[in-house]
Design a protein around this ligand. Structure first.
Ligand SMILES: Cc1cc2nc3c(=O)[nH]c(=O)nc-3n(C[C@H](O)[C@H](O)[C@H](O)COP(=O)(O)OP(=O)(O)OC[C@H]3O[C@@H](n4cnc5c(N)ncnc54)[C@H](O)[C@@H]3O)c2cc1C
Length: 392
């Protein structure tokens, strides 16, 4: 699985080319990752390179000039970007995945979507959705946004605060959820940065420090009527689940970090020979046992992720019914990634604690996976309910 080995999950020449593109980018991101992690700064150079390489338009529909890659292909590329830098992978993953989701579900007025897609293709525009708030917590729990949208003669006025707004330093426009004043409904709006939109640099966290996931404050931000995307009733309206595969960019990211930790540990144990031994520590039984356990976890999680992605790609009619499988991929990947990085650190020993090595950053980064959707308790509960509701 190291860069010189053939990846079992690359199935054809097109995927090999995509993997090579992502590997090339990741090689450079890897050099910058410790700096942005230490500073908590946003890696603008990485995003310039993603743009120049054409990466940002890969999931955009062909009819608007994009490459329209499949979910499987997106994961192959995203996992590789994460081997270089988890933060960059997670941040660009929101854009890549959302474009794939929008391509499939088409919730936007077509004219607005077509215009945005052209902006992605021609100018490297990106998108993300800001739905988390201090009051509602994770939007997956069905809470009503405290952010409000009030109708005006020319459109809407939006007021509120969004937390965890990944990519906020670089985005010109983004999707925001807001409760429609005086109604039960929640709507989504495409909002452009303006002097009524402020970023408060709150993202000083343990892990994923270079995702720029600051707070966005909307201070009576005026938006035109055509910025309205769609409306729904939280906890009641059934969303369009046909596009939900996009969220697999999250497990792809954390598995990419796990692969990098595993590769680092392998290189280390092959070359480290303390003077108490006549051979490198790779030959010790307790080291091999941990390496074997890491392999078992990694291969299981990757096999599950790519199998579910292939099934999702190949069976469009089934996509809305794969919620349990998609949740299980995320649950397995994030928990395995935490375990794999932990074992990588155990085999490397005390040296793994040094900031001169990447393992301690990976240890912190994979921890964030627990707080990306869907959360573990929701996955497990849904699996239980599916089992209990099976017809006898
Ligand atoms: C690196 C990173 C990037 C992110 N990027 C984005 C982004 O770009 N856009 C965005 O909108 N969000 C983003 N998020 C936010 C993410 O989707 C969550 O909203 C956020 O992590 C808070 O999740 P939580 O489970 O801690 O929140 P909370 O919902 O506040 O939960 C806190 C605790 O209470 C429990 N809890 C709360 N409500 C319930 C309930 N109804 N039922 C059961 N248990 C409950 C939870 O299990 C948890 O233990 C990002 C998060 C991270 C870590």
């Amino acid at each position: 699985m190291g860069r010189k080995e053939i990846d079992y999950f690359i199935r054809n020449e097109r995927e090999a080319e995509l993997a090579a593109l992502a590997d090339g980018l990741a090689e450079r991101f890897k050099e910058r990752a410790p700096i942005h992690d230490a500073e908590g700064s946003f890696p603008f150079e990485n995003f310039e390179e993603l743009k120049q390489s054409g990466y940002l338009k890969l999931t955009t529909p062909k009819e608007y000039g994009g490459e329209e890659i499949s979910l499987y292909e997106m994961l192959l590329a995203q996992e590789r970007i994460a081997r270089g830098d988890g933060s960059t992978a997670l941040a660009v993953g929101w854009h890549m995945g959302l474009m794939l989701n929008l391509r499939i579900t088409r919730p936007w007025p077509e004219e607005l979507f077509a215009k945005f897609c052209r902006d992605v293709v021609e100018n490297g525009a990106m998108i993300n959705s800001f739905a988390s708030e201090p009051v509602t917590g994770s939007p997956t729990r069905g809470g009503k946004p405290a952010t409000t949208a009030e109708r005006t003669d020319s459109g809407w006025v939006i007021t509120g605060r969004k937390t965890y707004s990944s990519l906020s330093p670089i985005l010109d426009q983004f999707i925001v959820s807001a409760s429609i004043a005086g109604e039960d409904k929640v709507a989504e709006f495409l909002i452009r940065k303006s002097d009524r939109v402020h970023i408060e640099e709150t993202w000083n966290t343990l892990g994923m420090r270079a995702t720029g996931s600051h707070d966005i404050i909307l201070d009576h931000a005026e938006v035109p009527a055509n910025a309205f995307i769609r409306e729904f009733i939280p906890g009641k309206s059934k969303g369009d689940s046909r596009g939900n595969g996009w969220l697999l960019h999250i497990p792809a990211c954390y598995l990419g970090i796990a692969v990098a930790a595993r590769d680092f540990a392998l290189n280390f144990v092959r070359s480290y020979r303390p003077n108490s031994l006549q051979k490198p520590i790779a030959e010790l039984p307790h080291i091999q046992e941990k390496i074997g356990q890491m392999e078992a976890e990694l291969k299981t999680a990757r096999t599950l992720m790519y199998a579910v992605a292939a099934r999702w790609d190949d069976n469009p009619g089934e996509r809305g019914d794969l919620a349990d499988e998609l949740g299980l991929v995320k649950y397995t990947a994030t928990n395995s990634a935490i375990s794999i990085v932990d074992k990588a650190m155990r085999v490397v020993g005390g040296a793994s604690l040094y900031r001169t090595y990447p393992l301690e950053r990976m240890f912190r980064d994979v921890r964030a996976g627990l707080h990306n959707p869907p959360m573990d308790d929701a996955v497990i509960r849904n699996l239980a309910l599916s089992a209990l509701n099976e017809k006898k």
